[in-house]
Every structure is written in structure tokens, then in C-alpha cells.
Ligand binder design. Sequence first.
Ligand code: GTQ
Ligand code: FE2
Length: 334
Amino acid sequence: MTLEPADTGGVRSLDELYSAFDGLSIEGGWHRRSPALWPEPRRTLVPHGWRFADVRPILAAAGDLVDHEMADRRNVTLTNPVEGNIYPTVRTLVAAYQLIRPGEAAKAHRHTPSALRIILEGHGTYTVVQGTRVEMRPGDVLLTPSWLWHSHAHLETSDEDCYWVDVLDVPLVHLLETMFFERYPGDFETDVVEADEAPIAFRWEDSLRRLGAEQQQPEHGMAHREIQLGDPAMRTIALHVQEMPAGWTSARSRTTANSVFTVVEGSGRTEADGTVIEWERGDVVAVPSWRPYRHVASSDARLVRASDEPLMSALGLLRTERLEGTSAQIETGG
Ligand code: GTQ
Ligand code: FE2
């Protein structure tokens, strides 16, 4: 049997080969402009902090200028300030500050992204999640799991504006091309029961009580005391409340999970891959995947960490490395 020469379609040079690729929307693995595989996560989005003191007056101005009826949700999203980024805070998550004023109501809707809120200020505000109305008080964390109806309302029992931080996995849903969004027919759920305890509500006083009962420092050394809200809170997002006494320095670590920290109490700084982010109550800190970071508390501090740990874990992609630092390090002189 004689071997016929392979049919090479008349391609006789590398130039012709690469033109042939172009015509068929194919590419040689050795010929790409940028590689498809690399040794470890690249630095794309950057560590960054947003100060509530900067955003609060702007949101208050939006409160005067932007009619709530028109805005639907009066929120200001925290866009990671890397060149070219127009939306995410970290790769899978977006955070936003939201304001609702006495007498206002944000209509019911549902979406495939999961969401949660960390309340910063105000009383008299309620969220209705799939027929259950729960009050939102400072420090509380409320969940809106994927595809559940939700609306918010300020019932004018006080004249305080209500501010909170939203964290949603919208960027993940964008990536997965699984976005669905629907408005509730008739604007608000009508069959509503009020509850003070609900699976979607984590009360600040409960978090404080649980933190107080913690005996052990968590093994990762990134907080002095830590509790988890939920197990995990939602399919894609985990929530931890982290406590650090004044003068305390965490271990330094990196993890493939993306984190968004909300400062509920105290002040300090986060050093993340060379960036120093000072924070105080109400501030939000983004630490993207694989950036080495540590926290230093200058006064007794409590942060809520929202992360995509359950997502990474479910996919076998969660890696966490403790780089240095013992848990007991106390920085003197703050
Ligand atoms: O409160 O339902 O910040 O749907 C972004 C999208 C908040 C909400 C956001 C939302 C909401
Ligand atoms: Fe929503």
C-alpha cells in the first residue's frame, strides 16, 4: 500500500496557513496573541476601597434629584477602577450603596442573580422577600436568594433615611449568560406575612452574641473571631462576620475566592498586594482573587465578608494559602 500525500488544501507557507485560520474562524494554539493558560491567577481587577463618607452625600443628592419611582432602585454601584472595567467590583460580584427615604417603596421584582444587603443606617425600612416582610436594622444582613420576589419599603415610622450595602453575583450571571429578570405583576406582593425571625435575616445582635461565644481564632488567621452567616448563605455567596480588636493584625493570605468587605464597626486598614486601604464604618473594600492581603485594626472592628467561596469550592477551584503571620500578632501603636 502506498501512502498518498496528505491533502493540505494548497497551503504551502506559514503565511498561507495563518490566512487559512482567519477564513475559518480557527486559531493555532501556538499562534494566539495572548496565551489561554498561565501559571497562576493574573492581576486584573485591583484591590480598592470605597468610603461611605464620600458616597453618602452623593447618594443623598441623588435622593433629591432622582425620583425613586423613576430609579426603581436608588443605588450606586462600586465599579472596580481598573482600566476598561465598567461594572464588577470583583470578578463575580458587584457591590452598591442604596438609599431609600421615608415613604418610598422599591417595587417587587426577581432575578437569577443572588443578592444580600448589609444595613448601615436608618430605621423603619422593610424588605419583603417571597411573601415575608422583615424589618432591616443597622448591622442586619438580609438575603435575596436567586429568583425570589423582593421589594423594599420605608414605612415612615421614622424620618431617617436608610442606607445599606448591596452585594450581588450579577457579574457571575453575566459571564454564565443566565440572566433572567421579571417585574412583579401589580408592583407589590399582596399576600405578605411579617416576621422578625426568618431564614433570610441575620440580626446584628445575634451575630454579636455568636461572636462573643466564639472561643477559638479561625485557623486561617484572617480574623480574631469569626462566624459564618448561613452554611453557606447562598449557593454562590458565603458570608462571614469577622471581629478584630484594636491593634490586632491578621495573618497574610491569598485565596482564589473573591471578597467584598463591608465595615460595620471600627476602623483600620487592609494591605492588599501593595495597596493600603484605610477604612471605617460603612466603607467597602474589594480584594480580588489571589491578591495577598491582611487586615490591621486600629479600633475594635467588625467586618462582613461576602465572598464567592461556595462557588469556587463547588467547582474544585478554591485554593487558600496562608503566607505569614501568627494569629496572635498585636501591633503596638496602632
Ligand atoms: O435591591 O433589588 O444594588 O435588584 C442592584 C440590583 C439592588 C435590589 C442593587 C437590585 C437591587
Ligand atoms: Fe433586586
